[in-house]
Design a protein around this ligand. Structure first.
Ligand SMILES: [Cu+2]
Length: 135
């Protein structure tokens, strides 16, 4: 933990303590709140700075993209589908052939040679097909 984060957390603790003390005068409460708010702002900006450096391979953080292409392989044991796909701007990919993870029901819904449109959940240089439709 960075010293700044610790200081900000102590500021938050002070704010929480202040909230429990209803007997203070209005002036004192206002001063405490203003000071604590400043520290909370510092904490918020510090936290967002830390978050920016973090790799977060969670489904919730995946970027969605749409693509179109041709199925060149379906590997049910590996749980992957290989697509000869066109450029995907969201991923900054040129046209290429690559394998994607996909759920079994999606693998069952297409076969080699099918022209398809698909949705992707992007995770760095990998992607999972989340929907696929024959065209
Ligand atoms: Cu690709």
């Amino acid at each position: 933990m960075k010293p700044l984060t610790l200081a900000a957390m102590l500021g938050l603790a002070a704010l929480l303590a202040a909230c429990g003390q209803k007997a203070e005068t209005d002036d004192a409460a206002a001063n405490t709140t203003a000071e604590a708010t400043g520290k909370m702002d510092a904490m918020a900006s510090n936290m967002s700075g830390d978050m920016g450096n973090m790799e977060m391979p969670m489904a919730g953080s995946a970027k969605m993209a749409k693509g179109a292409g041709t199925v060149t392989a379906v590997d049910k044991s590996a749980g992957t589908i290989t697509l000869d796909h066109g450029p995907i701007a969201e991923a900054d990919w040129p046209a290429m052939t690559m394998a994607f993870k996909a759920k079994p029901e999606l693998l069952d819904s297409v076969k080699v040679g099918d022209k398809v449109a698909f949705d992707l959940a992007l995770n760095g240089n990998a992607g999972e097909v989340t929907a696929i439709q024959k065209q």
